[in-house]
Design a protein around this ligand. Structure first.
Ligand code: HEM
Length: 206
């Protein structure tokens, strides 16, 4: 991938490192969590040193993801506030999905879709973290009714979050030139002008 000195900085190294800790811990949690969810996924426990180690490691990885996601969301909180332009963008999202994003309303650093995803992730992550603590019986001894409720909420919120992250990763790959923002911290000027014109004007003054 060719990098140009005229490229625009989109992420600081600390932001990218924070994002990748969240991303990698999420993948490990999804693999180990699916192994508990259905026998078809049970062989995945071999990736973690067998079933006992999978059972021990999963909640600690969960703590890592919850804390690193909390840090990530504090960093990006102010950039995800919904504006009337975002609502207009969401109202015309069909045009973009059908492949024509040339006349979409102007966007700041993030578009309406990214913002909806951000708040949905906050909701899922909160449910997963609280319910995870309820069912972490190695450390806590909550009432069995709460543990049962926690198990259902944990599995349901995790299933929704796996779906949301599939959309997130698909969008990052589908919108050409986006993934490099998280590898190198930069994007091309053409990418910024095309997908986030408001942000482009803000950082370039043009
Ligand atoms: C594991 C594969 C993942 C890939 C390939 C990926 C890729 C990316 C890319 C390329 C961006 C930059 C988008 C832009 O600047 O417009 C981004 C932003 C972001 N990612 Fe990920 N990501 C992954 C996992 C995750 C996970 C697991 C989470 C959270 C649970 C997450 C949360 C975020 C957030 C919050 C942003 C900033 C967007 C916003 O604040 O609205 N990502 N990701």
């Amino acid at each position: 991938m060719i990098r140009d000195p005229k490229d625009l900085k989109r992420y600081e190294p600390a932001e990218r490192a924070n994002h990748w800790v969240v991303g990698i811990s999420f993948i490990l949690l999804a693999l180990s969590g699916l192994a508990f969810f259905h026998p078809a996924f049970y062989p995945l426990t071999q990736l973690f040193g067998g079933p006992v180690w999978t059972r021990i490691l999963h909640p600690y990885l969960g703590v890592l993801m919850a804390l690193s996601f909390a840090a990530l969301s504090f960093r990006f909180w102010h950039l995800n506030k919904m504006t009337p332009a975002d609502k207009a963008w969401l109202g015309r999202v069909g045009e973009m999905v059908s492949g024509d994003d040339h006349n979409m309303p102007e966007q700041g650093k993030y578009n309406g879709g990214q913002k909806v995803l951000f708040w949905a992730l906050i909701g899922c992550m909160s449910l997963i973290a609280v319910s995870g603590l309820l069912i972490w019986r190695a450390w806590f001894g909550f009432d069995i009714t709460l543990v049962r409720l926690g198990a259902v909420v944990h599995a349901a919120a995790a299933a929704v979050m796996i779906g949301l992250i599939m959309v997130h990763v698909y969008a990052a790959i589908w919108v050409k030139g986006t993934i490099r923002a998280m590898w190198y911290g930069t994007v091309t000027r053409a990418w910024a002008k095309q997908h986030h014109r408001g942000w482009y004007r803000q950082v370039t003054g043009k």
